[in-house]
Design a binder for this molecule. Structure first.
Ligand code: SF4
Length: 104
């Protein structure tokens, strides 16, 4: 079995740490201007309303993101993000009640 070279391990760990530090710094600076809900096709994946959402090209398509990256995107987010969850629960209840009435 080969001997472990402690100096070599430390050197490699320092190199890996440097690489990850650069990645984290880049992600942190990018996160100030690129919304985390914006996918690689520049479409919005948020399940809430945002003033930066542009109208979709087709009825079933996602909203293109209209944020130009010059300002903090978070101010355009809906102030009550839980409203989407409440609306989903309400729709589920309406569907369940309608199914129950149909089956009576
Ligand atoms: S439309 Fe708003 S929530 Fe959606 S990706 Fe753009 S900034 Fe983010």
């Amino acid at each position: 079995m080969s001997k472990v070279d402690r100096k070599e391990i430390d050197k490699r760990m320092a190199r890996i740490s440097d690489i990850f530090s650069e990645m984290v710094a880049h992600a942190e600076s990018l996160s100030r201007t690129r919304c985390p809900y914006r996918d690689r096709f520049d479409h919005c994946t948020a399940e809430f309303r945002c003033r930066n959402q542009n109208p979709p090209a087709a009825e079933d398509a996602r909203h293109p993101c209209g944020h130009d990256g010059d300002f903090d995107y978070r101010s355009a987010w809906e102030s009550q993000p839980l409203a989407h969850e409440r609306a989903k629960k309400k729709v589920t209840k309406i569907r369940r009640d309608a199914t129950r009435r149909r089956n009576q």
